[in-house]
Design a protein around this ligand. Structure first.
Ligand SMILES: NC(=O)c1ccc[n+]([C@@H]2O[C@H](COP(=O)([O-])OP(=O)(O)OC[C@H]3O[C@@H](n4cnc5c(N)ncnc54)[C@H](O)[C@@H]3O)[C@@H](O)[C@H]2O)c1
Ligand SMILES: [Zn+2]
Length: 404
């Protein structure tokens, strides 16, 4: 939600408007948000006497019985719009189909749409809300680890356009984001691994405590869905909750002063330098977590090569990646890829490299003077190292499962 305060002044040949926009949005941790005993959502939607819920097919399949029972219990009529998931459906057409659903529902100005889904669904539906009457409200319930700890801290909403990822979009904050980590119970392992890579990113560059917890508990965190799977050791949930709470906090601290992404030296850009090009290079795109981890594992080797990280720090990163099944190399990760990836990223970073690199873990520096010669030497060393010590650094579940 935002409020604009503005003053209008007369100038020599016209007017000048100066405004300050106040942006307010909040996050609430609630386990089992659709449990009948809770009234967080009921309180909001009782006022409207109805709710329009937007979700994707998988989440609808898994959770519609729960949220239908919830709204029925609270006497709130529910209308659901189910969008098709997957990057190929992250389009303007899908966004407009949500707009049509809002129109058919007769959404009243300020009436918040309830968006329940992963980062993809909240991006597309959030963009529909930003576009509908230029400013419709929404409530967000993320259902993936990426959605909970990565997309949730951002107010960016977007769709793809042609081959261009997230090329169309807006900045639009939800009123409230409800963070329910119990939704991770049903998340496939490959999706948890994706989110784990984002946590490796943020902690290696900005929070030593999370980094250490990841190093100590990596595989168990993924296997137990961050301690949420039925029968998990309760101690794992405590550890996972600390990691996630700190992860969200550190991302908010870093990115909230940069909501419109004007600052370009971004700690959270670690892993997102060459990966945008690499991710889309194979015929079937790489999973995001694998693409960013190849990028990060390489820059860790580069940092060691430059003398910024010790050998044991370098190995700590690679051993953790290997133990959780994240890729560290790929046949398409080549000198040509480094050139095309660097060229592409320079355009979005005002022609500076701004390579974020942990130095040491928990802190980060930005490199602007890496030559291709140096990068290629580091690449050669990286490939050899990963081959010798980690069987080539091929992760598990690297591609999306084939659609039937
Ligand atoms: N706005 C931002 O700042 C931001 C940040 C990060 C990512 N993103 C975007 O988010 C998308 C990736 O997000 P994602 O990884 O959440 O992907 P996603 O939304 O595509 O979800 C991944 C898969 O998990 C399924 N799923 C979701 N929740 C589930 C649950 N609880 N149990 C079982 N299955 C479940 C989905 O149906 C989907 O098949 C990308 O499009 C990316 O651009 C946006
Ligand atoms: Zn990412």
């Amino acid at each position: 939600m935002s409020d604009l305060k503005a003053t209008v002044n007369t100038t020599e040949n016209g007017f000048a408007v100066t405004g300050n926009e106040e942006i307010k949005y909040s996050f609430q941790f609630v386990d089992n948000i659709f449990d009948l005993k809770h009234n967080h959502l009921a309180k909001i939607y009782a006022d409207w006497k109805r709710v329009l819920l937007v979700t994707d097919e998988n989440v609808n399949h898994l959770y519609s019985a729960q949220w239908s029972a919830y709204f029925e219990h609270h006497g709130i009529p529910l209308t659901t719009f189910v969008m098709s998931g997957g990057e190929k459906n992250k389009t303007m057409a899908t966004m407009l189909s949500i707009v049509d659903a809002m129109d058919a529902f007769g959404l009243v100005r300020k009436e918040p749409v309830l968006v329940v889904g992963g980062g993809l669904c909240t991006d597309v539906a959030g963009y529909a809300c930003a576009s509908y009457r230029r400013n419709s409200n929404f409530i967000r319930v993320p259902t993936t680890l990426i959605g909970l700890i990565d997309a949730s801290v951002s107010i960016k909403v977007a769709v793809n356009h042609g081959n261009l990822k997230n090329r169309l979009g807006a900045y639009h904050a939800p009123l409230i984001t409800f963070l329910d980590f119990n939704l991770l119970k049903t998340l496939p392992e490959g999706q948890v691994r994706n989110g784990f890579a984002e946590l490796m990113k943020i902690s290696s560059c900005a929070d030593k405590r999370i980094w250490e917890l990841l190093v100590q508990n990596g595989p168990a965190l993924i296997e137990t869905r961050f301690g949420r799977l039925e029968g998990s050791d309760p101690a794992m949930k405590v550890i996972a909750d600390e990691i996630c709470w700190r992860g969200i906090k550190v991302m908010l601290d870093l990115e909230s002063p940069n909501l419109h992404e004007l600052g370009l030296d971004r700690v959270i850009a670690f892993g997102h330098t060459l990966s945008p090009t690499l991710e889309l290079a194979p015929v079937v795109p790489l999973r995001h977590g694998h693409a960013i981890n190849i990028d990060m594992a390489f820059f860790v080797t580069f940092a060691w090569y430059r003398g910024l990280l010790s050998e044991s720090e370098r190995d700590e990163y690679h051993v953790l990646s290997h133990s959780v099944g994240l890729s560290m190399d790929h046949e398409l990760f080549t000198e040509e890829m480094i050139i095309s990836g660097t060229k592409a990223i320079l355009k979005t970073r005002d022609n500076k490299q701004r390579f974020a690199i942990p130095n040491p873990y928990g802190t980060c520096i930005f490199i602007n003077d890496a030559s291709y010669d140096e990068l290629f030497k580091a690449l050669k060393i990286h490939k050899e190292l990963v081959k010798q010590k980690y069987g080539g650094g091929h992760g598990r579940d690297v591609w999306f499962p084939k659609l039937a």
